[in-house]
Each structure stands twice: as C-alpha cells, then as structure tokens.
Write a protein that binds this ligand. Structure first.
Ligand SMILES: [Fe+2]
Length: 199
C-alpha cells in the first residue's frame, strides 16, 4: 500500500459498493434524535460493507492536523467519510455546522475532547474526554464541537446529516469562551482542568 496522499489514486474505485444495497434514509426534516438514530444505523451498515474493500485503495486527501480523509458518499442529506489517522495526528477543535453526526472507530483508538449541548440549566455545554477503541461509536448532536487525536495509528468512519459545508468548521471566538467555561467545570482528580482542549 502506498502512503495515502503521496500519489494519485489508480485502479478500480471501490466506492460504488456503497450504492448496493441503498443507504438507510436519514431525513433532514426529522428531529435531531431521529436523525442521530439514522446516523448510527448508517455507521453500522457502512462498517459492515467496508470489510469487503481494501481501504488503502481509496483516494485520500490530506487535512490540517496531518490526517487523511476519503469521502465515500456525499449528497444533500448525507456525507460518509473515512479518516486515516497516522500516529500522532489529530484534528483541531471544530464543529459541523448545522449537521448532526457520528464516528465509529474501525481500528486503533482515538481520544476525543467533546463539548456537547447541555440540557437547560446545566450551562450551554458539557465537556467530556473519552477514549474510543475499535468498534466504539460516538454520536454528536447538532451544535456539538470536538477534537480527535489518534492513539497510535487509527482509522475511523464519520457520518454527517445533512452533509456539512465544512466538516471541520472553525469555532467562533465567542463560542470558544463558552467552551472554556464548560472545561473549567470539569476537574481532574488532581484538581486542575484538562489541559489544551481549546488549542
Ligand atoms: Fe468532527
């Protein structure tokens, strides 16, 4: 397998398999919770389908942070992307516009710092730091922000509904202040806030 991103894709494109059988429908007009159920269903079904193809033969595009993205499917309602995370790489803190989404770790493991919209009375965001290993799924409601870092080399599948204009949307300064507030409410056993989650 050649290093992703170092040479043009050549050979038979393995992606058409995703059209048969058809992808589950994720209606953009449905409530957030229903869309998230659809996202989870797509994650499971596409994960199963991916076992049939050689992921190394996909066309890869480099992304800021040193990782590589390959879009398997994109229409108005849905984007499905595989990410390869070389060891030591990670995404900046980002959002997904008006889309909800989810990720499933295909192999390896990732650490995620997530800021999730909080229930009324709990502040605007809840902060969570999690480690997701192969087979684990994380669902992200509309408005969630996160940062993902690889633990060793990792591969993950990402689904967004509807397809976002930018799957790595920069967080505006005023939102970052609210995220910092959420981070301060979380204390590690030593009494200090987790470091670097807004970098
Ligand atoms: Fe993301």
């Amino acid at each position: 397998m050649s290093e992703p991103g170092t040479e043009p894709f050549a050979g038979t494109d393995p992606r058409p398999f995703l059209r048969q059988p058809p992808l589950p429908v994720v209606s953009t007009s449905a409530p957030d919770s229903v869309r998230l159920e659809g996202v989870e269903r797509v994650l499971y079904e596409v994960t199963a389908a991916l076992s049939e193809i050689d992921l190394g033969r996909l066309p890869w595009a480099p992304a800021r942070g040193g990782y590589f993205r390959s879009v398997l499917h994109r229409d108005r309602d849905l984007e499905i992307t595989v990410i390869r995370w070389p060891s030591g790489t990670g995404s900046p803190l980002h959002g997904h516009g008006e889309s909800c989404g989810g990720l499933r770790v295909l192999c390896g493991a990732v650490v995620e710092d997530a800021f999730l919209p909080a229930p009324p009375g709990s502040g605007p965001y809840l902060f969570e730091r999690s480690v997701f290993s192969a087979g684990a799924t994380r669902l992200l409601p509309v408005g969630a922000c996160h940062r993902v870092r690889a633990v060793g080399e990792a591969w993950s599948l990402h689904v967004y509904a509807p397809a976002p204009d930018d799957a790595a949307e920069v967080i505006p300064h005023q939102i970052r202040r609210r995220l910092a507030s959420a981070r301060r409410r979380v204390r590690t056993p030593s009494g200090s806030a987790p470091a670097g989650v807004l970098s």
